[in-house]
Ligand binder design. Sequence first.
Ligand code: G4P
Length: 527
Amino acid sequence: MTFTEEINRRRTFAIIAHPDAGKTTLTEKLLLFGGAIQTAGAVKSNKIKKATTSDFMEIEKQRGISVSTSVMAFDYKQYKVNILDTPGHEDFAEDTYRTLSAVDSVIMVIDCVKGVEPQTRKLLEVCRMRNTPVIVFINKLDREGQNPFDLLDEIEKELKIKVRPMTFPIGIGKSFKGVYDLTKSSLNLFQGDSKTTVEETLTITDINDKQINKRIGEDFAAQLRTDVDLINGVYDQLDVKKYLEGQISPVFFGSAVNNFGIAELLDCFVEIAPAPKARDTEEGTTIQPDDKKFSGFVFKIHANLDPKHRDRIAFLRICSGTFERNKYYYNVREKKQLRFSNPTAFMAQQKSVIDEAFPGDVIGLYDAGNFKIGDSLTEGADIRFKGIPSFSPELFRYVTNLDPMKTKQLQKGLEQLTDEGVAQLFTKKIDGRKVIGTVGALQFEVIQHRLKAEYNASASFDQINLYKALWISSNDRKKLEAFMQDRNAHIAYDKDQRPVFLAESPWLLQMAQEKFPDIKFHVKSEF
Ligand code: G4P
């Protein structure tokens, strides 16, 4: 296979959903289709249920699952499909955002009973920011859900994206008969609640075919004909170009747990979803996937679960060229040549050492502390990829060292955990106090537990009155300095020594903005 063929056959994507919509189940069914796993139940849900937030064994277990499901690759037809897992728990939103920077498209799962949910909305906003192409899968048709037309309207209205149904359900819940494939004009009949049944497909050339009446009954057949008429009248044919620009989403209906409607989804996905795309750099250049020189970026770091081994796994998305084992590559931030003797690829549940990998692939690199999230690795080019920002945290605590003998360990632990993206660390300008910021309350518990377990350090997290930490900049250096002087007590530095304004309330933020119109306040570290 040529290098270009290798690139073009890759489909790197993530499944996004509000917790419980069926992301894990769909992932598993896709892996079954790809022959990557043989039995159902092999992919564990990585949900951290609210009730178990204090159960540290549970946290460790979930971390274990989350390593093994970070990337799941499989071959399907002539394609290589790479699924990147996004953490299910809403506290881990930031990690999810970063994972979305490493994919070329997404499949969004919506529960037909619940419709559009808060997390769906947030995730789609991120996709829209980047014009990521989205395919929608409406799940759980075996449940008494909402009217399918209402669901389509809700998606268009709430998520502000145009849709085009590719299949359409016949009946719902107890009366669910199957889906009609609007492009192939075939009828896929639902066999009931057996989790192993294969759907029966009835190919027809004419929607008025009397066979339909026989199979689903007069009433459902009449309803189907009305629905299909309506769809063809209301919705434009799918324009693949618009889908690739993130402007329109094809929609499929099915039931993941019953393995129903998945084949249609997967077949359409591999055909229309984008192959690895070009990527922009901070330096203003664009890196094409078929550039011969290797480049990639780290979007996730996972600490070793065994506290005796300090090494970590950095997940690297390849953007261009071919990655080769044992070759020296350049860590741009550290200006350091690194060599990897056991880079890992993830085929479904299996990890294996690979000799080479191509654009679109995600590999795991064992790392003794050389990487930070967002780092780029190249054959020497001084580039940084755009789109891997840190987000302004929402919850803050002061870190107090409880064991002065372990100051170094605490420092190291905090640095490494924040490198992993678990939280953000700020150092106050005025007194050097450390402030830790997260997007969810669970992270504080995770950090405290891991500091003790992995670094033997003890810290308490104390209340701090803080509304937001915002990165600041100005075109006028002097004005920025004047602002930092004026608000001395409310300035901190992030890990990369960039200045941040600590606003205690929305009102104080507004005051600062009004008094200093030349200062820009940013909710993302990338601006
Ligand atoms: P998530 O990763 O998006 O959080 O969702 P997950 O796949 O874990 O699915 C959440 C629940 O919804 C699971 O039930 C799963 O079996 C169920 N489910 C998924 N697809 C369908 C479907 O098409 N129809 C119906 N009726 N249910 C579906 P659970 O009780 O939480 O877990 P389990 O005991 O079944 O594993």
